[in-house]
Design a protein around this ligand. Structure first.
Ligand SMILES: NC(=O)c1ccc[n+]([C@@H]2O[C@H](COP(=O)([O-])OP(=O)(O)OC[C@H]3O[C@@H](n4cnc5c(N)ncnc54)[C@H](O)[C@@H]3O)[C@@H](O)[C@H]2O)c1
Length: 467
């Protein structure tokens, strides 16, 4: 929890604010038809650079070789950044985390309740990766610690992989290459196709599906898609009413849905029946989406002419000779199939994606530290106010993270209501609520009093005042 000392402003810092004219507020969300109005908040040209306290006091610990792009953004803020290439054993992690306000990790560092309990100053966690399973999200939320990740920075990388796979499957390139590696010259055209004029069926038209749609059309494919949500089709793509309609029309079917109860085994024996003879299947979404024994049957029978899999129901934790029957009972049968591309969950694994993740997460952390904005947080409600401007020198932003219980807002408004509340937003997620208010005509004494009063409320989880 941030201590009073951390958030207490100094007079000279208040004066120094007049010197800042930049805003760290670039919108970081990937463009998407799914974005909320909040994610489109545009920074004002004369936005005031809010600061919670002297930036050199903000301690950031970056573990697991977080990308240079992220390190640079955090260092440029003037924060004290400690960077380590590896993760830390739990006892060393506990020692280090006691001191820091911000921690950046990737997938190997486990931030359990036991570790977070020691993190008395921590206000925010950045997962410089896609998943957040390594963090006890509920414990973090209950203690006012925001968690950010980067779910969409690698969408383009996945879309490009799928484009490559469409051509590789249509031309049986994987098999030809394997044959040549074994010394066999096998020049064939039978069953090899151009992709021009063929139909690509995309199941799940989100960040990846929509990106893929644009790339595929530019190569001469017709695109149809199926999604549970009605979405605006990009280019000349067309949404179809049912998955059955898509399966009956597409030459290439590719899955880009999340892992949900409804998507588990969504491509099974019945769906292979509904697909065109000689069509192809690609899955770079989640391993549970395709019923793999059913795919093996469909490929052996010749119904499916080829497939590409990047994800599997069980995936090993590290690199090595693990893709065998111990991992998935059908491993050997799958490996024996022709015109089947098997890749080890590398859809999003590119240098560009790593770099984009560094930027996205570091910007989210900076915005949270400097402005309190929770857009993109995975465990707190998403709250943002438009930036304060340089024309508003005596304003402060009050952030009050609190238990979501009746009567809190009345009490908070009794405290801040003595000032002019210019704007205010509050939202809750489960048991935790997040209130943000910009108030005017405040001096350092007011700020200190406000802080003390808010901290004394029984509903308090964490109070921060930015100015
Ligand atoms: N292979 C990799 O390395 C890699 C990398 C990134 C993402 N992914 C996976 O790709 C998948 C898609 O990612 P995204 O970023 O495009 O997700 P997204 O959330 O942007 O889009 C998912 C889309 O699927 C739709 N959908 C949900 N349930 C559906 C259903 N039952 N039928 C049809 N449509 C449904 C949603 O409405 C949404 O439009 C996810 O499973 C993600 O985990 C894999």
């Amino acid at each position: 929890m941030t201590s009073a000392q951390d958030i207490r402003p100094r007079k000279d810092e208040l004066a120094a604010q007049a010197l800042y004219s930049t805003s760290p507020n670039a919108s970081f969300h990937s463009p998407s038809s799914h974005g909320s109005a909040l994610t489109r908040t545009i920074p004002l040209p004369n936005a005031k650079h809010l600061k919670p306290f002297a930036t050199e006091d903000i301690k950031v610990l970056l573990l697991e070789n977080v990308n240079q792009t992220g390190r640079d953004i955090l260092s440029q803020q003037g924060y004290q950044v400690e960077f380590l290439k590896s993760s830390l054993p739990e006892d060393q992690l506990i020692e280090k985390i006691r001191d820091v306000h911000v921690i950046g990790i990737r997938s190997k560092t486990k931030l359990s309740a036991r570790v977070l309990k020691e993190a008395k100053n921590l206000i925010v966690i950045g997962c410089f990766c896609i998943g957040t399973n390594q963090v006890d999200l509920q414990y973090a939320a209950d203690h006012g610690i925001a968690v950010f990740n980067s779910p969409f920075s690698n969408s383009r990388s996945v879309a490009e992989l799928v484009i490559a796979e469409i051509i590789v499957l249509a031309r049986q390139l994987g098999d030809r290459s394997n044959e040549m590696h074994n010394g066999t010259w096998n020049k064939v055209s039978n069953g090899c196709w151009e992709i021009r004029g063929k139909t690509l069926g995309i199941i799940g038209y989100g960040h990846i599906g929509a990106q893929l749609s644009v790339l595929a059309e530019s190569m001469g494919l017709s695109v149809i898609f199926y999604d549970v949500v009605n979405l605006m089709a990009l280019g000349s793509a067309r949404q179809v009413e049912t998955m059955e309609a898509l399966l009956g029309e597409a030459d290439f079917v590719t899955c880009h849905v999340p892992e949900l109860a409804e998507t588990k085994g969504m491509i099974g024996p019945k769906q292979f029946e509904q697909m065109k003879k000689g069509s192809y299947l690609i899955n770079a979404s989640r391993g549970t989406v395709v019923d793999i024994p059913a795919l093996i049957d469909a490929m052996r029978s010749g119904k499916i002419a080829g497939a590409a899999l990047d994800v599997y129901p069980n995936e090993p934790a590290g690199n090595g000779d693990y893709f065998n029957n111990d991992l998935n009972t059908w491993g050997a049968d799958l490996r024996s199939l022709k015109n089947l591309i098997l890749t080890p969950h590398i859809g999003g694994s590119t240098e560009e994606a790593q770099s984009a993740i560094g930027v996205e997460v570091a910007q989210a952390l900076t915005r949270y530290v400097n402005e309190g904005t929770t857009l993109g947080a995975v465990n707190l409600p998403e709250v943002a106010l438009r930036s304060l401007t340089m024309d508003e020198p005596d304003h402060a932003r009050v952030i009050y993270i609190h238990q979501n219980i009746p009567g809190v807002l009345r009490k908070v408004n009794e405290i801040i209501g003595d000032h002019n509340v210019d704007k205010q937003m509050t939202d809750s997620r489960g048991d935790v609520a997040y209130l943000m208010a910009d108030i005017s005509n405040v001096n350092t004494t007011h700020i200190r009093d406000l802080y003390t009063s808010l901290e004394s409320l029984p509903s308090r989880i964490q109070t921060r005042i930015l100015y």
